[in-house]
Design a protein around this ligand. Structure first.
Ligand code: HEM
Length: 485
């Protein structure tokens, strides 16, 4: 078999890929050895900054198919016909560890979905948990610092993790979730995905609804105990990646059913929980799940770096008919992601194949910048309005307007009648079976007992007591028993 010719990056043939050129046999290298210089220089530049969170992940392509009519609630084009299919890319991730960490760890999982719709890309950047640790974006960098490596010890420190939580009573609900049975998914296929935040849908008549997204796994929920997780993470750090890759290679395509909870906008103000508080769920008896469609993953990316590492999702990428709610956390995220991409991937990251629209084309007057491709606007005018045939605005609002009132200021999110930091955490605890409660208590105590300061332990215990007296008592006893050992 005759092989294709190896070339330099400019396409010139390479004569020798085994021996670098030297001045005489055994002499020093020659600067004129272009192939060697280029090879070493490119190698030095292979890495880009890893994501500041969710560094470690796996991705796959597939499609979303509408199974139920939701046109009464949104005029989003990709949801407007039963049977309509839209191509998607989904990146799963762990949150806290670096790129070289392990998959089978106790940590939330990212569930970042890009719908390549005919109205542009819609990014729904969620997690496998319906709630989150905090509800104001101003706390996010501190929260993440406390969960990642300590600047002095270079490793994750229970002192930092629990000290942050001691000062964040609103995290009690998410901690109860994370330390419970679903805290270590068996694989990316065996967990649900949630939009977590409340979003806004607008129908063709301009009526607004608030929605929460739930992607329920059709593979069934499967999780690992702390002991199983530790064993698998040690033996095969890539366990989730292997599972996803091999399932799709075998044609066992994972799927999820999308349901939404829908709240008419007028009900938001008087709902007993603040519907825009990310640390809370909406009980299903208040707003039942309504089926929307089916998400299927059926194609592995050809190249992990190009398509998974360079994938860029932004909660600010909406399509007409879908928009943000006033959730402060979501609002913070509307800025943070595209800013992260401009740093990590550059201003033209939207031109990379995985990030570019597939069912339409981007047409605007943004130009140039580092790594701009030739196609960008070509000879067309680069200003607007213009007297030529350049792209123009539609004049149609993308989503219904949100009413606002009051004074500017650094306000806490408003509390509704049933809102406090602990009620829903207690409800989750009380839902658990006796065995689940025992595992939850053991998982929390295992971490909390490692904290060096009694006052930090006490503050955390107070949160579990406030959620449910039995919960608090059991965690306290378990921590005491471990510390007396
Ligand atoms: C104000 C709060 C938050 C801020 C400032 C924030 C910021 C970030 C940043 C900067 C990244 C890295 C992006 C990149 O380099 O590509 C990221 C990734 C991610 N975040 Fe957040 N985040 C926040 C809260 C959340 C919440 C509440 C969720 C889920 C509901 C979430 C889900 C994700 C996911 C899934 C990724 C990985 C996306 C991917 O696969 O590329 N984040 N976040």
């Amino acid at each position: 078999m005759s092989k294709r010719v190896l070339t330099t990056e400019s396409g010139a043939p390479v004569a020798d890929n085994q021996n670098s050129a030297t001045a005489g046999v055994g002499g020093p290298l020659l600067l004129q050895d272009q192939h060697l210089l280029e090879k070493l220089a490119r190698f030095n530049r292979e890495r880009i900054p890893e994501r500041v969170v969710h560094a470690r992940g796996s991705g796959a392509y597939g499609y979303f198919e509408v199974t139920d009519d939701v046109t009464g609630f949104t005029y989003a084009d990709f949801l407007n016909t039963v049977g309509k299919r839209t191509e998607v890319f989904l990146r799963f991730s762990t949150v806290a560890d670096n790129l070289g960490g392990a998959d089978a760890v106790r940590d939330p999982r990212g569930f970042a979905l890009k719908f390549y719709t005919e109205d542009g890309n819609y990014d729904l950047v969620g997690n496998n948990t319906p709630v989150f640790f905090i509800k104001d974006p101003i706390k996010f960098p501190d929260f993440i610092h406390s969960q990642k490596r300590d600047p002095f010890t270079g490793k994750q420190e229970p002192d930092n993790v629990w000290d942050f939580w001691a000062h964040a009573p609103e995290a009690t609900h998410q901690i109860t979730w994370l330390m419970g049975d679903r805290g270590i998914p068996a694989s990316y296929r065996h967990m649900n995905g949630y939009g977590s935040h409340t979003y806004q849908w607008t129908n063709a008549e301009g009526e607004a609804f608030f929605v929460k997204y739930h992607f329920k796994t059709n593979q069934g929920i499967r999780s690992l105990s702390s002991e199983q997780g530790a064993e698998i993470a040690g033996k095969d750090p890539n366990s989730h990646q292997t599972d996803l890759l091999q399932a799709i290679e075998r044609g066992v395509n994972p799927s999820w059913t999308l349901y939404v909870q829908i709240m008419p906008a007028a009900e938001a103000a008087d709902y007993r929980f603040n519907p825009f508080d990310l640390t809370k769920v909406w009980p299903h008896k208040d707003y039942p799940l309504q089926r929307v469609g089916r998400l299927v993953l059926d194609r592995n990316p050809d190249n992990v770096f190009a398509e998974v590492e360079q994938a860029a999702f932004s909660p600010n990428n909406f399509v007409p008919g879908i928009g943000p709610s006033p959730d402060k956390m979501l609002q913070g995220r509307l800025f943070a992601y595209a800013d992260a991409h401009r740093y990590r991937l550059g201003v033209n990251h939207t031109q990379l194949a995985v990030n570019a629209p597939k069912a339409t084309t981007a047409q605007n007057y943004g130009r140039d910048g580092l790594m701009a491709s030739n196609a960008q606007g070509r000879a067309a005018k680069n200003y607007e309005p213009n007297s030529y045939d350049g792209p123009a605005e539609t004049g149609r609002p993308l989503s219904a307007p949100l009413a606002v009132n009051g004074h500017t200021g650094t306000h806490e999110a408003p509390l509704h009648t049933k809102d406090d930091h602990f009620f829903q955490a207690g409800e989750l605890y009380r839902l658990m079976s006796a065995e689940e409660r025992s595992r939850l208590v053991a998982n929390i105590a295992g971490g909390l007992a490692q904290v060096s300061r009694d006052d930090v332990i006490e503050k955390n215990l107070a949160h579990f007591h406030a959620a449910d007296p039995e919960y608090g008592k059991r965690v306290e006893e378990a921590v005491r028993a471990l510390r007396e050992d």
